[in-house]
Design a protein around this ligand. Sequence first.
Ligand code: PAF
Length: 284
Amino acid sequence: MSVEIVRDLRGLHSSIARHRNGPLNTAASLAIVPTMGAIHKAHEKLVIEAKRNADIVLVTIFVNPMQFGENEDFSKYPKSEQEDIKRLESKGCDIIYIPDIDAIYPEGFDLTINIPKLSSVLCGLKRPNHFKGVSTVVAKLLLQSGADYALFGEKDYQQLLIIKSLVKNLDIPCKVLAIETIRDENGLAISSRNQYLNAENRKLANNINKIMKNAVDIYKNKDLESTIKLVKENFITAGIKKIDYIEIRDNNQLNNIENNDKSNARLFIAVYIDNIRLIDNIKL
Ligand code: PAF
């Protein structure tokens, strides 16, 4: 069966019902992969993993205005609907939901979901409303679809923890599956922002993963502060001078590490290359 495109809630519900009661004629399971389009290899991997875990795969494409700040250009977010559809279909996606704005935020919509503690650190510091927008839209998409599984990449690790918390706190009957970061041949985490890097910037960006891997070794022998200091020096030496943050936090709750406890730490970085903000993380 070829992929079905739906654009409103009624269309989504009838498509899911058809698929759930279709040829499988069982209580077929449904996995959702929420995206903002500009489909790349990392999204494709999520679809492949969704297919491995569930009978029906639903991908959503919605550039969510609520998660963009005032100076972040929502209107310039890359759009490539036809290409996206082709790529998703080729990976076995069953339904693509491309909701009109009214399907997500109908007139009179008045709700913001906030997961305050997890959202207030790392990327949340500079983007104070970003994760409220993410939490709100993801809650809507999970509830609209009634998906049994939802897949998210570990590249956006903070987002992943926030969504896990959202699902747990609201008792949404959906299992969140975390998928390892997909990297290119130089280790650069795949992101829709990579397309803005020119050849020279890409060379700089190729250092990120090497520096992160090296941090794993540094942290074996040094304390937290010295590790961060050395990682910072490595970025600067590599020519990446504009650093938003380099932090080591607890892997599950993003708490500060107490007493130099090394058992459950993760390194998080956000850097700018020519004003393109790149993030990455690694388990230490
Ligand atoms: O990671 C993204 O692309 C977005 O934040 C998401 C999860 C699709 C919500 O809009």
